[in-house]
Design a protein around this ligand. Structure first.
Ligand code: DQQ
Length: 579
C-alpha cells in the first residue's frame, strides 16, 4: 500500500464519525430496539404441533476488535493492534473485523492451540478493493483476536491484491499458504507464503517465496480467469495435488496440478470436473468425507469407503454448490454418486447469502468445519456510512448424510451453545389454519431458536383434500403471503408488534401432478425492513425429507444489529435435520 494510505484511513474515520450522527431518526430507532417478538404462522386446514425453544441474551462480549485476550498463553499480546471499542450497529457473535470491508474466508486452520481465520480485507475502506489477507485467532471459533494483515500486495505478481487461497500442512506440520496474486495488468498468479517463525502460535509474520509466482495461467486460459488454489492433498505415491478454478470460453472447470514439493507444479491432462456453459468457478474446495458418523477427515485421507465433496462458488450466480462423489486418483476424475445432484445442478451449502466458502479439518475435535462469507443487504452508500461491510456466517460442522449418501448435513459448531442465556420454551402447541401465535418472552437482539413442527401423514392428506396441485413452489411470488394446500408454516422473526416489519422463515409442502410431495423452506425478507433500498429478496430451497420422517426442525440464529435495521437472520433448515 502506498505511503498515503494511513491518512486516508484517518480521514475515513473522521467521515464515519460524522455519518453516524447523520443517520435518520427512524434508522437509529431501529438499530437500538432491544426486544423482538416471535410468532408462528400457519395457513393450512390441519393441525400442526409445534415445539419451540428460544435462548436469548445470547451473547454480547465478542472480543473481535479488542486486544482483551488475557491469560498465560496469550501474555505476549501486548503489542497487538489496539482496536477500537465496538461500534454501534454491529453484530455481536458473527465474525467481523473491527472495521472496513471483508469478503471470502481464506485458509482457515488450527495451529498450536489456536484457530486461525484469514479473510479478504480492504484496510482502507468499506468497499471491495485493495485486498489483503486479514488475520484473526481464536481458541473457540467464537471469540477472536484480530491481528495485523498476514499478506499485503507488495510484489509485481500481487500488487493489485492478495486474493483468495488456502492453507496446506507440510509433512513436518508447518502450514503454507497458496494464494492468488493480482498483477498490475490484472493477470492472476499463484503464489506461496510460509511462516517467518513457525514456533509462533499466532503466525503473525508470513514470508513470500522467492520462487513466486509458482504458476501462471496455462495456454487456453484467460489471464483473469485463473484463481483460488485449494488446500493440497496427497495421493498414494506421496505427490500432492491442488485444484484451481477457471473457465475456458464459458465452460467452468476445476484444473488439477501436481507437485512433489508443493513448490513446483505441473498441470494434469485431465480436469477434476467441468460443466459446459457454467461460467467462472471460484474458491474451489475439495475434501474427503467419512461414510458414516460425524467425524471429519483430514484432506489427504484416502480409502475405498471414502467419498469426496467438490464445492464450486459460481461466479455467475454467486452461490456455493457442491456434490458428493468418488475421486479417481489415476484419472483425476470426480464423479458424483448421484448424477442428478451433480455440482451446480443440485445442492447448495446454503440458499441465502453465503459465498466463497472454505472448509478445514479440525484435529482437536476431529471434525470438518465450514466457513462462508455473508454479504449483507445494505447498499454501498450504507456500508460506507457505517464503516464496515459483511460478516462471516457462524462456522458449521459438516458431515455426510449416511442415509442418502449424496448430500451433507450441517450444524452450527457445538461451541455456539456455550453462549446461550435465558431459555424460553413452549411445547405441544397446536396450530390451526391461519393462526398466528406469539411466543411470549422471546425477546432479544441475539437469539438461538430451535423449533420442531410435527405434521400428519401427508400421503393421506392428499386424498382427503384432493385440492388443486400447487407445485412447483416459488417463494419469490408472494413469499409468506401465499396460501397452499399445506403451508406456509414457520416463524415470523424480528417482528414488531404491528407486524409492519417481519422476516418470515417458513416451510411449504406441496404436491406435484404425479402426487409426489415436496417440502420447501423459504426465507422471505420482503417485509423485513421499512427502509428504502434494503434487499427484500426471498431465498428458498428444497428440503429432502425421508418417508420415515414426520417432523421438520429448524434452527435460527438471530443477530442484531445491522445499520439498516434489517435483521440479519441465519437459518439452517435445508438438508439438515437436527437430532
Ligand atoms: N474473491 C476473491 C477472489 C475470489 C472471489 C477476490 C470470490 O480470489 O475468486 O476478493 O468472492
Amino acid at each position: 500500500m502506498d505511503e498515503s494510505s494511513p491518512d486516508l484511513q484517518s480521514q475515513q474515520d473522521e467521515d464515519l464519525e460524522g455519518s453516524y450522527s447523520k443517520l435518520p431518526a427512524f434508522r437509529r430507532k431501529q438499530a437500538t430496539v432491544s426486544s423482538f417478538v416471535f410468532y408462528v404462522l400457519c395457513s393450512l386446514g390441519l393441525l400442526i404441533c409445534v415445539e419451540v425453544i428460544i435462548f436469548s441474551r445470547f451473547l454480547l462480549p465478542l472480543a473481535v476488535g479488542n486486544a482483551s485476550y488475557s491469560g498465560d498463553r496469550r501474555s505476549n499480546v501486548s503489542d497487538l493492534i489496539n482496536l477500537e471499542p465496538e461500534a454501534p450497529f454491529r453484530t455481536s457473535f458473527h465474525f467481523q473485523p473491527p472495521k472496513n470491508w471483508m469478503n471470502d474466508p481464506n485458509g482457515p486452520m488450527y495451529y498450536k492451540g489456536f484457530y486461525h481465520l484469514f479473510y479478504q480485507y480492504n484496510p482502507w475502506g468499506a468497499v471491495w478493493g485493495n485486498l489483503t489477507w486479514g488475520h484473526a485467532v481464536s481458541e473457540d471459533l467464537l471469540h477472536w483476536l484480530d491481528l495485523e494483515p498476514a499478506l499485503k500486495g507488495d510484489q509485481w505478481y500481487d500488487v493489485g491484491g492478495v486474493w483468495s487461497g488456502s492453507v496446506t500442512f507440510r509433512l513436518d506440520g508447518t502450514p503454507i499458504i497458496l494464494y492468488t496474486g493480482l498483477a498490475e495488468d490484472l493477470e492472476q498468479t499463484q503464489n506461496m507464503a510460509v511462516p517467518d517463525d513457525a514456533s509462533d502460535p499466532f503466525l503473525r509474520k508470513w514470508v513470500k517465496s522467492s520462487e513466486n509466482p509458482l504458476l501462471r495461467h496455462p495456454d487456453g486460459v484467460y489471464k483473469e480467469d485463473f484463481r483460488d488454489p485449494s488446500t493440497a492433498w496427497q495421493v498414494e505415491d506421496g505427490s500432492w495435488r491442488i485444484t484451481i478454478g477457471t473457465q475456458v470460453e464459458t465452460d467452468g472447470m476445476a484444473l488439477v496440478y501436481k507437485s512433489r514439493d508443493l513448490l513446483h507444479w505441473e498441470l494434469e491432462k485431465n480436469v477434476l470436473y467441468t460443466i459446459p456453459g457454467s461460467g467462472m468457478w471460484e474458491c474451489l474446495d475439495f475434501y474427503p468425507v467419512a461414510p458414516t458418523g460425524r467425524r471429519g477427515l483430514d484432506t489427504s485421507t484416502r480409502g475405498p469407503s471414502v467419498n469426496h465433496v467438490l464445492k464450486v462458488s459460481s461466479y455467475n450466480d454467486q452461490h456455493d454448490y457442491y456434490a458428493v462423489g468418488s475421486y479417481n486418483e489415476v484419472t483425476q476424475a470426480f464423479t458424483p454418486v448421484n448424477q442428478e445432484l451433480g455440482v451446480l445442478y443440485g445442492l447448495q451449502y446454503d440458499y441465502g447469502k453465503f459465498y466463497a466458502s472454505k472448509s478445514f479439518y479440525d484435529p482437536v475435535k476431529k471434525r470438518r468445519i465450514l466457513w462462508g462469507w455473508s454479504n449483507e443487504s445494505d447498499t454501498e452508500a450504507q456500508d460506507i456510512a457505517k464503516g464496515w461491510a459483511s460478516l462471516q456466517a457462524i462456522p458449521r460442522t459438516v458431515w455426510l448424510d449416511s442415509e442418502l449418501g449424496d448430500n451433507l448435513i450441517q450444524a452450527p459448531i457445538e461451541e455456539l451453545k456455550s453462549l446461550r442465556g435465558v431459555k424460553v420454551s413452549k411445547a405441544e402447541v397446536e396450530l390451526e389454519a391461519g393462526s398466528i401465535l406469539r411466543i411470549e418472552g422471546s425477546y432479544g437482539g441475539q437469539l438461538d431458536i430451535e423449533v420442531t413442527f410435527e405434521y400428519p401423514d401427508v400421503s393421506k392428506v392428499a386424498f382427503k383434500y384432493g385440492r388443486p396441485l400447487d407445485d412447483p413452489f416459488d417463494c419469490s411470488e408472494g413469499g409468506s403471503a401465499q396460501r397452499g394446500v399445506f403451508g406456509p408454516f414457520g416463524l415470523l422473526v424480528m417482528a414488531d408488534d404491528a407486524l409492519q416489519e417481519q422476516t418470515a422463515l417458513f416451510f411449504y409442502i406441496s404436491q406435484s401432478k404425479d402426487r409426489q410431495w415436496s417440502t420447501y423452506f423459504c426465507s422471505d425478507q420482503s417485509r423485513s425492513s421499512l427502509l428504502d433500498g434494503v434487499d427484500g429478496s426471498a431465498y428458498w430451497g428444497n428440503v429432502r425429507v425421508l418417508p420415515s420422517e414426520n417432523f421438520l426442525s429448524l434452527r435460527v440464529l438471530v443477530n442484531l444489529l445491522s445499520l439498516s435495521g434489517c435483521p440479519i437472520v441465519f437459518f439452517y433448515g435445508f438438508p439438515i435435520c437436527f437430532p
